[in-house]
Design a protein around this ligand. Structure first.
Ligand SMILES: C[S@@+](CC[C@H](N)C(=O)[O-])C[C@H]1O[C@@H](n2cnc3c(N)ncnc32)[C@H](O)[C@@H]1O
Length: 789
């Protein structure tokens, strides 16, 4: 994808989804001519809340957003390809709001020159363990042409921080775009780059990190000045090297807002936007020691998962990697950091400030090409498209078609084709569904079916890893395997999309249709919506875990509450059973129902938890993956001053919003409950009201005997709808009453000492009961949330 468009999209999205939402400063923009879009940020927020935070349906969110006038106009003049890329990129930012994203963009002053300037960083919102992958934090690599480099140079002179990287393979400069671009450099980082395809990256955790930590990565040995002399990372600060050592030497002169330090920042930015010519020139001058290739840092990259049309470097491909997907070598970057490195620094400013993203471009093109060749030779020369395409073409071929509305179904039309076409189509379809096809990885089959999806777009995160994709792919093939004689069925939407191509209209009146066509709203691709969301939900699961039984998951979807225990995908996230410090050091008075075990923090307890309520499955926190405790946390009673003060400075953030719809997570994540209760801007809790409700409940309890649970609980539920009741919730897939009944029943059985806490707990119960149930696979967990009561 052209950098020109992508960078504009990126500026737009950072503005709309970050700056205008919860950041109190503006993130760096790549285009000097970027202007804040005239778009209702409250509407954007609502869309995010409704479709991403609550239901995890990013595709729905995209559709809703594209219905907004601003986007209609913005995309009106764009080509289909650009629109698709726009949607893909938009999703990258929306994934950030997914409940299990596990990170958010935050602010930091660490890198802004001794606390003078605020910059963005990536902060994790849950604990991550070694080997985890932040699959919802992705970055796209955009390649720059010389003109674009020049423009960026201007931008970098204009007080903008832009990190340009050198791709040794493509021999051009590149930029990261997307949320991943906000990850800062640390000389002893806690994450490393991994490839998601030729043009996309994400991160793998290489050190256990705690909720609230900054995610950092090693960009290169000379990323922030030669030998990272100007590095401001925490590691350098601790070791008194990097920029902090300079600050020490000059008595903190750089820490002031003086001219020299401004000049330094400006120079450092210039160095980073090194053009190819400069790079070549410097290459001659500098020793090869200073050449940093990220391949060296990252090791091998397996590109089986991605289709890359670019085969310029295919000869270098390593074909033996097929089984070992993404065996990333971790190199202890801290060993690269020595005091001696920093001794040479003063003379090093002319050394190349470039790094290679060779690894990102995937060298296994040869292998892929071979596979593609196998695939293409398995089909007749004239058959360049999938069966679906064939149908579309057939539909378009009006000269030979006669459309009969034989079937009243809206979903389907029957296309009767001439015998020649039919024979041809049948041959092709049969051939297509033959054995050769089966041998290929499903992803390639899928990609071949989607002619509009370039390697760029398919670089988007986990497409190739989805079990559901596999599922629907098979489904698709089953559907198309044997066409009935002389009749080919096509879905109505497919036909619509095809005929739209013919009319080729871009007018606003056609907008909705166009949007639909971008999504390919046929049955299969509406499954893709679910799939994308599921992928997101499974994002933290290692790829081997993705061999899930999708049938059982789908079954679970239909029978949300009655599902038999099946291992929750999210439960697989759990890597360590050790209790967290926060868990051990609990500061919040918990109310534990007598029927529940008091400790579920290890795997045995988790198993136990599976059986504590009959056959219902055990629960793990969807954020940190640990076993949930059967206890509730009250907003009021559980207030902890220390934590509250700590978080009082936080601004509204996605993780805070997340807690809105699922306030009870696990002890590890409960700090976000505090964020929510204090910082939620639009829906502040009326604490007085909540307190009076609590008081009423306590009084009510004193008056009534414990045995009249059910009746009273209905009444209490009505009392306790401080704000959620005002909202009209479109769907409530499960009975709210039973939750409340259960909750109160349990609480009433508690001894007097806990009655105050129990009363306030009921408020929480009531809130939860109005939360919409999100889709699977997380719905499995949400089902189970009821078990807590
Ligand atoms: C990839 S961006 C990271 C996001 C950036 N903080 C922002 O707000 O856009 C890299 C930029 O962050 C800053 N940066 C990142 N790591 C740094 C480090 N260790 N020392 C100094 N500056 C750093 C530099 O200004 C660099 O150009």
């Amino acid at each position: 994808m052209d950098f020109c468009f992508l960078s504009k999209f990126d500026d737009l999205f950072t503005d709309i989804f970050l700056d205008a939402q919860f950041l109190w400063f503006d993130t760096v923009k790549l285009n000097t001519d970027h202007r804040r879009p005239r778009i209702r940020s409250d509407k954007v927020l609502k869309t995010i809340q409704d479709h991403v935070l609550t239901t995890g349906k990013t595709n729905e969110a995209v559709k809703e957003l594209l219905r907004m006038d601003y986007f209609k106009h913005y995309l009106a003049a764009k080509s289909t390809k650009q629109r698709q890329e726009f949607i893909h990129h938009m999703k990258r930012y929306l994934y950030m709001y997914m409940p299990n994203a596990g990170y958010e963009i935050a602010d930091t002053k660490r890198y802004g020159g001794a606390g003078r300037r605020v910059e963005a960083c990536v902060m994790v919102t849950k604990d991550w363990n070694f080997g985890d992958e932040l699959r919802l934090c992705t970055g796209m690599i955009a390649h720059l042409n010389p003109r674009q480099e020049r423009d960026l140079k201007k931008a970098s002179n204009n007080n903008r921080d832009i990190s340009v990287m050198w791709s040794s393979r493509r021999q051009c400069n590149c930029l990261f775009l997307g949320p991943a671009r906000f990850v800062n450099h640390d000389c002893d980082p806690n994450a490393e780059f991994i490839s998601l395809g030729p043009n996309s990256v994400t991160f793998r955790i290489i050190k256990d990190i705690k909720c609230g930590d900054e995610l950092t990565v090693y960009y290169g040995k000379h990323y922030v000045g030669a030998n990272n002399h100007h590095c401001r990372c925490a590691t350098c600060e601790t070791r008194r090297i990097g920029q902090s050592s300079s600050d020490d030497e000059d008595g903190g002169a750089n820490s002031t807002d003086d001219e020299e330090s401004v000049d330094y920042l400006s120079r450092s930015r210039k160095r980073k936007s090194t053009s190819y010519e400069e790079h070549l020139w410097r290459k001659k001058q500098a020793s090869s020691d200073y050449r940093i290739d990220l391949e060296d840092l990252i090791g091998i990259v397996d590109d089986n998962e991605e289709d890359d049309a670019d085969t310029e470097d295919g000869s270098q491909s390593d074909n033996n990697n097929s089984g070992a997907s993404k065996q990333i070598q971790h190199i202890d970057t801290s060993s690269k950091l020595t005091e001696t490195n920093h001794e040479q620094i003063d003379n090093d400013d002319n050394k190349p400030q470039v790094m290679s993203i060779h690894f990102l471009c995937n060298e296994n093109n040869k292998k892929r090409q071979e596979q593609q060749d196998v695939y293409s030779t398995s089909r007749s020369a004239s058959f360049s498209h999938s069966p679906l395409d064939l149908l579309c073409n057939a539909v378009l071929d009006a000269e030979y078609l006669q459309v009969q509305h034989q079937q009243p179904k809206q979903e389907e039309i029957t296309v009767v084709v001439g015998p020649e076409i039919h024979k041809d189509a049948t041959d092709r379809l049969m051939q297509h569904s033959g054995n050769q096809q089966q041998q290929l990885p499903f992803q390639q089959r899928w990609q071949s079916m989607d002619e509009d999806n370039s390697s760029d777009t398919k670089a988007d995160s986990a497409v190739g890893l989805s079990p559901q994709l596999h599922h629907q792919d098979i489904h698709h093939h089953q559907k198309t395997k044997i066409p009935p004689p002389s009749i080919i069925h096509a879905t109505n939407n497919t036909t619509k999309a095809s005929t739209k191509k013919k009319s080729a209209t871009t007018g606003l009146s056609q907008w909705q249709d166009d949007v639909d066509s971008l999504f390919d709203n046929d049955e299969q691709l509406s499954e893709l919506d679910d799939f994308m969301d599921d992928v997101s939900d499974l994002s933290s699961v290692c790829s081997s875990d993705l061999t899930l039984n999708m049938d059982s998951i789908n079954k679970d979807r239909k029978h949300l509450q009655l599902s038999t225990p099946s291992p929750s995908p999210v439960s697989r996230i759990k890597k360590s059973s050790s209790a967290s410090p926060i868990t051990n050091n609990r500061r919040i008075p918990a109310v534990v129902p007598p029927s529940a075990p008091t400790d579920t923090n290890n795997s045995n307890n988790n198993k136990h938890h599976h059986h504590q309520h009959g056959d219902k499955p055990g629960l793990n926190c969807m954020a940190c993956g640990r076993a949930l405790k059967s206890e509730t946390i009250s907003d009021e009673s559980a207030a902890d001053v220390a934590v509250a003060n700590e978080l009082a400075t936080w601004t509204w953030s996605p993780s805070a919003a997340f807690t809105d719809w699922r306030p009870q997570r696990c002890p590890r994540c409960e700090r976000h409950v505090r964020v929510f209760t204090q910082e939620w801007p639009a829906r502040k809790i009326n604490k007085k009201k909540a307190a009076s409700v609590s008081l009423q409940q306590q009084q009510h309890k004193k008056m009534e005997a414990p045995s009249v649970n059910k009746k009273r609980s209905h009444g209490t539920k009505k009392q306790q709808q401080p704000y959620h009741q005002k909202k009209s919730e479109p769907s409530r897939p499960f009975s709210t009453t039973s939750h409340v009944v259960e909750g109160i029943k349990t609480q009433q059985a508690l001894p007097n000492k806990a009655s105050a806490a129990a009363a306030t707990t009921m408020v929480t119960v009531s809130r939860k009961s109005f939360v919409r149930s999100p889709p699977t696979p997380t719905s499995e967990i949400f089902d189970g949330v009821e078990d807590l009561f």
